[in-house]
Write a protein that binds this ligand. Structure first.
Ligand code: SF4
Length: 368
C-alpha cells in the first residue's frame, strides 16, 4: 500500500497539535531529561502498564537516585524492590547495565542511539526512547502502542511479527517522526496508544484522528494490528513443600536459566501433572529428603499466568522436629524477618502472605 507524504504530514501535525493542547496524561518520567531516570522508567515499562510501573519507579528513584547508587546496590535488595513486577530478566540486565555504566563509562550514560543499543537489556525501542527523550535525537519509538495506532490509522494488515511487517512499521514510524521535536512526537504517539487508541476499547468518538482513520471508517479496529502467530502457552505444575523448623522455613534461590532466576522459593518438585498428597509422597525426589510421609500436609493452591506459561502451584507443609536432620541442600532456614529481605515469585509471596496466620499457627504447634 502507498502512503503519500501528504497523509504522513497530516497525521504528524494532528498528533503534535493534540499533544500540545489536549494530551493530559501526566506521569513522573514525562519531560524528564536525565537519561538514567528515562532508562529506568523504560525498563520498568517493558511489558508493564504505566499505572503498575509508577510505584516501582518512585521506589527505585527514592532508593537509588543515581546510577552509581543502583550499581553499588546488593542484588537481593534490588530484586526485592522489583518483586511483583515479573519478567525478572529485566532486573538482572538492568543491574548489569548500571554496573557497566558506573564502572566502565565513569557513570556517563551513552548519548547516541548506536551506543545505547550496545547496552544489555536495551533494544531498538528503548534506545530510541532514551535517544529522543534525553538528547532529542531523531529516532522513532516503535512499541505495541505505535503498532496499534499506525496499523489502524493507515489500515495496514501486514502482520507486525514478521520481518516484512517490522521493517514496514519501523520505516513508516521514522518517516512520520517530527525531526524538529522527536521527543514530543514520540511521547504523543505513545500516549495516544495508551489512552485513546486502546487495544480492546478504542475511543474513536473522542479521537482527533477519526475523520481520516481507515480502521474507524471501515469498522476494522478489532482486526488491527494483525499478528501471524499465536503465542503458545504451556502449563507447569509446581509442588512447593514448606519445610518448617523452629519458626524458620527452608528457602532456596532459583539459579537455573528459567523463569524467576535469582528469586527465592521453598523446596520445589515440578511434575508434568498436578500431584495429590499421596502421589507426591511416592516421587523419588520426595523420598530422598528422608522425612516420614505422614508429616506432610496439603495447604492450598494458587495460579500465576505469565506471557508463555501458566504456573499452577500447590503448597504443602512439612513440620520438622528440631532434632531431626533432613536431606536438603543449597538452601537456608530463614526466619520471617529474613524472608522480608529477599524476593519471591508473586505466586509464592502471595501464598506466604495470605496464609501467614495459618502458617504461624502451624509453626507454633510444631514447636510444642
Ligand atoms: S479513530 Fe479510533 S482506531 Fe483510529 S486512531 Fe483514533 S482511536 Fe484509534
Amino acid at each position: 500500500m502507498e502512503i503519500t507524504n501528504k497523509q504522513k504530514e497530516l497525521f504528524s501535525s494532528l498528533l503534535i497539535d493534540w499533544h500540545s493542547v489536549d494530551n493530559k496524561r501526566s506521569l513522573p518520567w514525562k519531560n524528564e531529561k536525565d537519561p538514567y531516570r528515562i532508562w529506568l522508567s523504560e525498563i520498568l515499562l517493558q511489558q508493564t502498564r504505566a499505572l503498575q510501573a509508577l510505584s516501582y519507579y518512585l521506589n527505585f528513584i527514592d532508593a537509588y537516585p543515581t546510577i552509581s547508587d543502583l550499581a553499588n546496590a546488593q542484588d537481593d535488595d534490588v530484586f526485592r524492590l522489583w518483586q511483583g513486577l515479573g519478567y525478572y530478566n529485566r532486573c538482572k540486565n538492568m543491574l548489569q547495565t548500571a554496573r557497566y555504566i558506573a564502572n566502565e563509562l565513569n557513570g556517563n550514560f551513552p548519548n547516541t542511539y548506536i551506543d545505547l543499543l550496545l547496552l544489555k537489556g536495551i533494544g531498538p525501542y528503548t534506545a530510541a526512547a532514551i535517544a529522543s527523550f534525553a538528547y532529542n535525537l531523531p529516532h522513532a519509538v516503535v512499541d505495541g502502542n505505535v503498532y496499534r495506532v499506525l496499523a489502524r490509522y493507515f489500515g495496514i494488515d501486514i502482520p507486525i511479527d514478521t520481518g516484512e511487517g517490522k521493517k514496514l512499521f519501523a520505516d513508516l514510524a521514522n518517516g512520520l517522526l517530527n525531526k524538529e521535536n522527536p521527543a514530543n512526537y514520540n511521547q504523543a504517539i505513545m500516549d495516544l496508544g495508551a489512552t485513546v487508541c486502546l487495544p480492546a476499547n478504542a475511543q474513536c468518538t473522542a479521537c482527533f484522528l477519526a475523520n481520516n482513520c481507515i480502521a474507524s471508517k471501515q469498522d476494522s479496529i478489532s482486526l488491527l494490528p494483525v499478528k501471524s502467530k499465536k503465542t503458545k502457552v504451556r502449563t507447569r505444575f509446581f509442588h512447593y513443600i514448606l519445610f518448617v523448623k523452629e519458626e524458620k522455613i527452608w528457602i532456596q534461590k532459583r539459579t537455573e536459566k528459567d523463569i524467576w532466576q535469582n528469586l527465592h522459593e521453598p523446596y520445589l518438585i515440578e511434575h508434568n501433572q498436578p500431584l495429590s498428597l499421596t502421589e507426591l509422597q511416592i516421587q523419588e525426589t520426595f523420598k530422598t529428603i528422608n522425612i516420614p510421609a505422614e508429616e506432610l500436609n496439603y495447604l492450598g493452591a494458587s495460579k500465576q499466568k505469565l506471557s508463555h506459561q501458566i504456573i499452577e502451584a500447590r503448597f504443602f507443609l512439612a513440620k520438622i522436629n528440631k532434632e531431626k536432620s533432613i536431606n536438603l541442600i543449597n538452601g537456608s532456614w530463614l526466619t520471617q524477618s529474613e524472608q522480608k529481605k529477599i524476593a519471591f515469585p508473586k505466586t509464592v509471596f502471595s501464598f506466604l502472605q495470605n496464609n501467614f496466620i495459618l502458617l504461624f499457627f502451624l509453626i507454633v504447634n510444631c514447636l510444642i
